[in-house]
Design a protein around this ligand. Structure first.
Ligand code: TLP
Length: 356
């Protein structure tokens, strides 16, 4: 649908289109491509790919976990975690708006027979220990599924979650014999924005999924980390799902490059998102949402007529946006510059006029 537009180049060969649909759209930079081309590889299903092994070791150590597993996508990483934690008929307590609940095609239920119990998040997307405690079922009451797992997300909609509440949720879960999983697709954004080390953010969790192909700018891949025996069991399920990859070191090398070169720079994406939100909020009729906990996402809620006008102005300016009416999602990333932000704000101001 957007393919033609997204690949347009200007006379210098730069993208003339600014793609804010997601941070998944980044293309590997030349040095990353070079690292990928030179990667040492082997057959990873035989456990013989040195680059994959290096990436798994690196992420496990970064997140303070015993072991890790390289997988094709964030969706598969979460699915492996959920299927490994839960048997058929067991319950996962999670957020109604979290990716595992809303955007993963119900995989844990469809393929693993797990029951997702969604809780409403607060304005920042967080669950509370109190709500989680109330949702955990009495294991002696045969009417209920066995509550097995709490699954959280950080960042959620680009918002850094309240770590103190996460710690309390993990305590409640453990007291009741439940495990705790983190969809940390954008955990490095949370780390850079909060100043907390990735291992500290990951500490309350048994297992953590980290994506390399979002803000970190690698083309493919996520890493699931956790205890050695857990990762061993997840590896079998990865094979079952067709996620055992052969000379995957080419992809892992992109991930290693991203961890070496693209973590600190996430602060630029956050600054660009903040500048974008401030710029748009200075325009008549626009109120961009960028909270204190924000990272690389800006949301705009617009009336239907304004939505149409905004979209037309953006299309005219060569800007691709995400979200569904009435909510627009604008995501900053490696391929979005401060200049691009200026161009977007200018285009919006041209269409709507400065705030009076
Ligand atoms: N999210 C995508 C869309 O599916 C919405 C995006 O553009 O943001 N966890 C979180 C929190 C995610 O945002 C995503 C992708 C995933 C997991 C899944 O990752 P992939 O796309 O690698 O399967």
């Amino acid at each position: 649908m957007y393919g033609d537009m997204a690949s347009q180049k200007d006379t210098q060969g730069r993208n003339s289109v600014i793609d804010l649909r997601s941070d998944t759209v980044t293309r590997p930079v030349p040095a990353m491509r070079a690292a990928m081309a030179e990667a040492e590889v082997g057959d990873d299903v035989y456990g013989e790919d040195p680059s994959v092994a290096a990436l798994e070791k690196r992420v496990a150590s970064l997140l303070g976990k015993e072991a890790a597993l390289f997988v094709p996508s964030g969706t598969q990483s979460n699915l492996l975690a959920l299927l490994t934690h839960c048997a058929r008929g067991e319950e996962i307590i999670t957020g109604r708006e979290y990716h595992v609940c809303k955007y993963e095609a119900g995989g844990s239920s469809a393929l693993g027979g797990a029951i997702l119990t969604p809780l409403d998040g607060d304005a920042n997307g967080g669950l509370t220990a109190q709500a989680v405690a109330a949702a955990i079922k009495d294991p002696d009451d045969i009417h209920f599924p066995l509550s097995r797992l709490v699954s959280l997300e950080n960042t959620w909609n680009g918002r850094v979650q309240d770590q103190a509440e996460i710690v309390r949720i993990a305590e409640v879960a453990r007291e009741n014999g439940l495990a705790v999983h983190l969809d940390g697709a954008r955990l490095m954004n949370a780390s850079v924005a909060s100043g907390l080390a990735p291992a500290d953010l990951a500490a309350p969790f048994d297992t953590v999924s980290l994506c390399l192909s979002k803000g970190l700018g690698a083309p493919v891949g996520s890493v699931l980390s956790g205890p050695v025996d857990f990762i061993h069991r997840a590896r079998r399920i990865r094979k079952m799902l067709g996620g055992g990859m052969r000379q995957a070191g080419i992809l892992a090398a992109g991930g290693l490059y991203a961890l070496d070169h693209h973590v600190e720079r996430l602060a630029e994406d956050h600054a660009n998102a903040r500048a974008l939100a401030e710029g748009l909020s200075g325009i008549e009729g626009l109120e961009a949402d960028y909270p204190e906990t924000g990272t690389n996402m800006v949301f705009l809620r617009l009336s239907p007529d304004r939505f149409g006008a905004f979209k037309a102005a953006m299309t005219e300016a060569g800007v691709l946006m995400g979200g569904r009416a009435p909510l627009i999602r604008l995501v900053t990333h490696l391929d979005v510059s401060a200049n691009d932000v200026g161009r977007i704000v200018e285009a919006a101001a041209g269409a709507f006029g400065a705030r009076r």
